[in-house]
Design a protein. Structure first.
Length: 364
């Protein structure tokens, strides 16, 4: 009897072990794919009434006195225990504005096709806490998203508009602790998919949830942004933000960025800052206010088209309404003013600019 029992038990254990291994292997390779999208339609009125209807110094909104699409995208998001990825195609006036400067070097580059790619990235888990991702993906810089739905304000702050929206390269993301994430990026450059020189740019990011209410972030990017035909001009950019969710009604966020770049005979420096407060007044209505400043005396980042540089202070006030699930109606009044007449208007230039924009967005 014993001679029969022992082999039977061994066979049962082997069978169970094999089933567990197969189940684990299945769990490691199983993936899910979710499809979705976002549509952000808007109307904006610029009180300077630019002749071309193109608004200056802002990608959102990009057009004056016109009903249009700020951003629309459809996406497929793949999630698995060891792999992940996102493919999103897009269009809209913010896309046209953002990719207008996409470099064209050789026969197979430029923004004609690449502007329709919001993200095309794939990632693989190297260790339980370390991911490697590569492709075209949204920038690691800043505290504001390209997608207006995900921001405290409808329009992006100047510091967000004048830092990269997207990048092309690879990144390592390390979940050091449940509250601390570190990331290293190697990318083609400062918001460009097509390469402009033989160098790569490197950037990092740290996000620390100091408490359930406070999140601190720091980020940077260092690289040469000139073609190989001229001497290298190193650009160094650094920024950080603090986000405080005081309670279920009040959210505060402050951001400060600065940068420097070697120029022909000197060093150009610029900086920007913003402070945003959002109050959830009712279950369906929120009020948002912002103050900001941006200064680029040597026109490294913002080229005005004249001798006067961009140095401006600004403020905005917005009302956000959620009339139905997944629908967001946002209206914002925003003004900028500086010491130089750099803002286009119908009969020349002005030292200030103001506009109102209303957006209706749907997530599906």
């Amino acid at each position: 009897m014993t001679r029969v029992f022992v082999p039977a038990v061994a066979l049962a254990i082997a069978s169970i072990s094999g089933s567990s291994a197969m189940a684990q292997a299945t769990a490691d390779t199983a993936v899910t794919v979710k499809f979705g999208g976002f549509v952000d339609g808007y109307y904006a009125y610029d009180f300077n009434r630019p002749r071309t209807l193109d608004r200056a110094f802002s990608t959102q909104p990009a057009r004056h006195n016109e009903f249009n699409i700020n951003l629309a995208h459809v996406e497929a998001v793949l999630s698995g225990a060891r792999v992940r990825g996102r493919l999103a195609v897009q269009f809209g006036t913010s896309v046209q504005s953002n990719y207008a400067a996409e470099p064209r070097v050789g026969s197979y580059s430029g923004g004609d096709v690449s502007r329709y790619i919001q993200e095309a990235a794939v990632g693989v888990k190297l260790t339980p806490r370390l991911w490697l991702d590569g492709g075209i993906y949204l920038s690691h810089i800043g505290s504001e998203s390209w997608i207006s739905r995900d921001n405290l304000t409808y329009t992006r702050s100047l510091i967000a508009d004048y830092s990269p929206y997207y990048q092309s390269g690879v990144k390592l993301t390390w979940q050091a602790t449940p509250s601390l994430t570190a990331q290293v990026n190697v990318v083609n450059g400062w918001q460009n998919i097509s390469e402009t020189n033989r160098h790569k740019a490197i950037g990092g990011r740290l996000d620390w949830a100091a408490s359930p209410k406070v999140t601190l972030s720091a980020y940077n990017l260092i690289g040469n942004e000139t073609p190989d035909s001229v001497d290298a001009q190193l650009r160094i950019f650094q920024g950080g933000s603090v986000k405080l969710v005081a309670n279920d009604k009040l959210t505060l966020m402050g951001t400060f960025d600065f940068g420097m770049q070697d120029l022909v005979a000197e060093t150009g420096r610029w900086y920007g800052t913003s402070l945003i407060a959002r109050v959830q007044a009712t279950s369906t209505t929120a009020l948002v206010a912002r103050v900001e400043r941006y200064a680029d005396p040597k026109q490294v980042i913002i080229v005005t088209g004249g001798a006067d540089a961009f140095k401006a202070n600004g403020g905005s006030f917005g009302v956000d309404v959620t009339p139905a699930p997944k629908v967001l109606w946002r209206t914002e009044l925003r003004a900028l003013a500086g010491s130089n007449a750099v803002f286009p208007r119908r009969d020349g230039t002005a030292k200030s600019n103001a506009f109102i924009v209303s957006s209706l967005a749907l997530t599906f």
